[in-house]
Design a protein around this ligand. Structure first.
Ligand SMILES: [Zn+2]
Length: 365
């Protein structure tokens, strides 16, 4: 018999499914935690059934006499000790970490026509973004602003000071090195933003220049290697806040975050790495020495051969990737050559929601 009597009373009562405690139309709770009586305790427990006939247990509460009916299936899945804290889906435990060899012959990609017309193909592609950190859509129409339509297939465009979308091509007076022909080493975008854009899209319209190949590095994998090889350096990078900053004539942005963000259980959850936008750290001298040693070590690790997946975007390719996990890079290209990508930002909660609803429809009623 389930040990309802020993379950934490406030936890159990907070999950009461009755229509007095939760609005049946939307499942939202109707009471404040402060409204529950101070001496709350399970008074008695007896076998019951839910309105649709499933086995359940009824709790009569002391001191207020409230009655709660908990389905056995719910208790089996949620009572303390039955389920581990699995995290929120964003941490390293919920991901498949990779290096370049690990993805050989199984690049997560989808044909645009399938992606648009087939919900199963769309679900597989979106799942790749959550699990591996990216998906490459092929055969996307080569059309101005198409990248915004791609974002709207799973979520919402995040407009920024760069606009609804940004043009990745050589500009005469670039406010960002991305808009030159320079080599760009592995980095995450916009670490100076709070909140940071969690997804990025890059849609290739033209890539006829010499050079300009793309690369992706799994930052969670790299951080896990750092943790294994140099735990002290890893620890420093999870703790020291780094002032990231961006400024141009019309904008001034900053955010202070560690290079490696962890969740409350210590799991790797977010990477911010961008040499171009690290401002001046203000810390005791010893902390600065330790930070720079660790930062250099992590920087070297991110450039280690074998970690970076190299490929070349061709017109009609659209890359969707997790900007809190993957670092992206490109080789230098001849500024005389024609290379034009359109990029946009979006957010991963919208993508995860779209995938969850797609899967809900898959489930037989
Ligand atoms: Zn209730």
């Amino acid at each position: 018999m389930l040990s309802l009597v020993s379950a934490p009373p406030f936890w159990l009562r907070d999950n009461c499914p009755c229509s007095g405690c939760r609005d049946p139309r939307n499942g939202q709770k109707l009471f404040q935690i402060t409204e529950l009586p101070a001496g709350l305790a399970v008074g008695s427990v007896q076998p019951a059934t839910t309105p649709d006939g499933a086995p359940a247990h009824e709790v009569v509460w002391a001191p207020d006499g409230h009655r709660s009916v908990y389905p056995e299936s719910w208790l089996g899945a949620h009572l303390p000790g039955t389920a581990a804290d699995g995290g929120d889906g964003r941490g390293e435990d919920d991901k498949e970490l990779w290096d370049a060899a690990g993805l050989a012959g199984r690049l997560p990609e989808a044909d645009w026509a399938d992606y648009v017309t087939d919900p199963a193909a769309r679900a597989t592609a979106l799942d790749s973004v959550l699990r591996l950190g990216f998906v490459l859509l092929r055969g996307v129409p080569v059309r101005d602003r198409q990248v915004l339509d791609v974002a709207r297939t799973f979520g919402y465009v995040r407009e920024t000071n760069y606009g609804e979308l940004f043009e990745v091509r050589v500009e005469a007076d670039p406010n960002n090195l991305a808009f030159t022909g320079a080599r760009i080493t592995p980095h995450t975008d916009n670490p100076y933003r709070d909140p940071v854009p969690t997804l990025q899209l890059l849609h290739c319209l033209t890539n006829a220049a010499q050079g300009g190949d793309s690369g992706l590095v799994d930052g969670f994998h790299a951080a896990s290697l750092l943790r294994a090889e140099d735990p002290g350096a890893y620890e420093v990078l999870t703790r020291v806040p780094v002032p990231f900053a961006f400024a141009d004539a019309r904008t001034e942005l900053r955010a202070h975050r560690p290079l490696i963000g962890t969740d409350p259980a210590g799991r790797i959850r977010e990477i911010r790495f961008n040499n171009r936008s690290i401002g001046t750290l203000h810390q005791p001298a010893g902390v600065l020495d330790a930070f720079y040693a660790a930062y250099r070590r992590f920087g070297e690790l991110l450039l280690r051969p074998g970690l970076q997946l190299d490929f070349r975007l061709t017109p009609g390719d659209c890359l969707i990737f997790d900007n809190t996990r993957l670092l992206h890079a490109r080789t230098a290209f001849a500024e005389s050559g024609d290379r034009h990508l359109q990029g946009a930002y979006a957010d991963i909660d919208g993508l995860a929601s779209t995938l969850a609803v797609l899967r809900r429809k898959d489930t037989p009623a």
